[in-house]
Design a protein around this ligand. Structure first.
Ligand SMILES: Cc1cc2nc3c(=O)[nH]c(=O)nc-3n(C[C@H](O)[C@H](O)[C@H](O)COP(=O)(O)OP(=O)(O)OC[C@H]3O[C@@H](n4cnc5c(N)ncnc54)[C@H](O)[C@@H]3O)c2cc1C
Length: 422
């Protein structure tokens, strides 16, 4: 009997979780990803701030499935999906499917101001993290040799736009390294000269967290020397820095952590998408009118029983991947698919080296205990034992010595992101 062909687009949290479940059953599985690795995005900011190296948080997809003969891995970018013909296109190839799982994730969105990206990169890929890391190190090097205080200021001002978990984690980590850990390597600059700004348009940080924890996050960030500016809307970003109306924060180090939009691949489905470019899916995560096509993770808009959209976080993608794989298997045995129910095990964000805020099973946690819980959870979710051990060793080293690891500038051109040469 011919096996049913299942194509999975994306080897991130959702796609990988679906593949791991499907290989337990009899299917002809193809996983297509434009990179050759699975990326643990929650620790990207640690690569951007030189606490971890790229290999600590990325794993080749082939090595995840190297003992599985049932899965075919293709490294390619899928460029279109034809729902009627049941095909996907990549490079010059077309592949047909019986079932399709679409899990291409999301990218950052500049709310129509795409020209800002050149001056304020977002943090989504390993490449982004390495670019940001080099820019931070390059700024410190430039500030060290520039003697005019007004000129030096722009290399020592660090601006993060967006006060969600990514912005909060980045601001805390940058404040820690530029105010404490790296400064002893330089002779002409010191922590009194650096400023880290976190800008948020809403009146609060970490909007999805309880008010108490959001206030605690501001306190902890202030303690690390971060200037938190809430209720402030960015009006322009250019080579000079960030404009908040008439006010200019001069900076060569701006990081965008303010908006997300689903992968543009979804446009080729020719269906209605929401404001964030996501596709609304049925209760079994299939697409309306296409029972055999599922969308999961950051690309899916799925409401819980209270009518709230599920957040774009890794546990949602992982649980959805497993659910759709099981549903496909149920189809073959004539069972009904059922409805996807998200099991919320908590949310958390770190603030610097030894503090965090977390909501776990309705309990609010903060401080060192929340941070320790954050460390354990992130190590558990890393995909390989090798990465778990490497990250544990790196963190232990950093905790004891206060010195981040990879501080090399390898880019040949020593131009800053803000100069427009990336
Ligand atoms: C900086 C940062 C910090 C985060 N921190 C946390 C956190 O602390 N906790 C948490 O739970 N979540 C966190 N998240 C969110 C979490 O990483 C995402 O919700 C999760 O990765 C979504 O999973 P996914 O499978 O939908 O997409 P992804 O994991 O993004 O995977 C998408 C995959 O699809 C591939 N792809 C995309 N387009 C194509 C194409 N056209 N063809 C082929 N392949 C394609 C990509 O290469 C990628 O491998 C963070 C995200 C970021 C960026």
């Amino acid at each position: 009997m011919d096996l049913k062909k299942v194509i999975i687009i994306g080897g991130g949290f959702g796609g990988l979780s679906a593949a791991k479940e499907l290989v337990k059953h009899r299917f002809d599985i193809t996983l297509i990803d434009k990179t050759n690795y699975h990326l643990f995005q929650p620790l990207l900011y640690q690569v951007a701030t030189a606490a971890l190296s790229p290999g600590d948080i990325a794993n080749p997809i082939r090595s995840v499935f190297n003992k599985q003969s049932k899965i075919n891995i293709i490294m390619a970018e899928v460029t279109s999906i034809d729902r009627e013909q049941r095909t996907v296109k990549y490079n010059n190839s077309t592949l047909s499917f019986d079932y399709l799982i679409i899990a291409p994730g999301s990218k950052h969105s500049y709310f129509g101001k795409d020209k800002w990206e050149r001056f304020a990169p977002g943090l989504k890929t390993l490449n982004d993290a390495l670019k940001i890391r080099e820019n931070i190190l390059l700024s410190l090097e430039t500030a060290e040799r520039v003697h005019d205080p007004a000129e030096r200021e722009k290399y020592l001002n660090f601006v993060i736009v967006g006060g969600g978990p990514t912005g909060v984690e980045l601001a805390g980590a940058i404040a820690e390294i530029v105010n404490k850990n790296l400064m002893r390597d330089y002779k002409n600059i010191n922590s009194k000269m650096t400023q880290v700004f976190l800008i948020e348009a809403l009146p609060v940080l970490l909007q999805s967290f309880p008010e108490k924890l959001s206030k605690q996050a501001i306190k902890d960030l202030n303690h690390l020397g971060v200037k938190v500016l809430v209720n402030k809307r960015v009006s322009e970003i250019n080579e000079e820095g960030v404009w908040l109306g008439d006010e200019l924060i001069r900076s060569q180090n701006i990081i965008w952590a303010a908006g997300n939009q689903a992968s543009l691949l979804l446009l080729t489905l020719k269906i209605d998408l929401d404001r964030s470019g996501r596709a609304e899916v049925n209760e079994d995560l299939s697409l309306n009118g296409s029972h055999n096509i599922f969308i999961i993770g950051d690309a899916a808009a799925y409401k819980d029983d209270h009518g709230k959209f599920l957040p774009a976080i890794a546990p949602v993608a992982i649980q959805q991947g497993k659910f759709v794989a099981k549903s496909i298997n149920k189809d073959l045995s004539g069972k009904t698919r059922g409805k996807f129910i998200y099991r919320d095990r908590g949310t958390m964000a770190t603030i610097g080296k030894a503090k965090a805020v977390a909501v776990i099973k309705g309990f609010n946690l903060s401080g060192l205990f929340a941070w320790f819980t954050w460390c354990v959870v992130h190590i558990m979710y890393l995909i390989s034992y090798r990465n778990r051990i490497r990250v544990m060793v790196e963190w232990a080293w950093y905790y004891v010595t206060n010195r981040p690891g990879i501080r090399l500038i390898v880019k040949e051109s020593n131009k800053h992101i803000n100069s427009g040469v990336n």
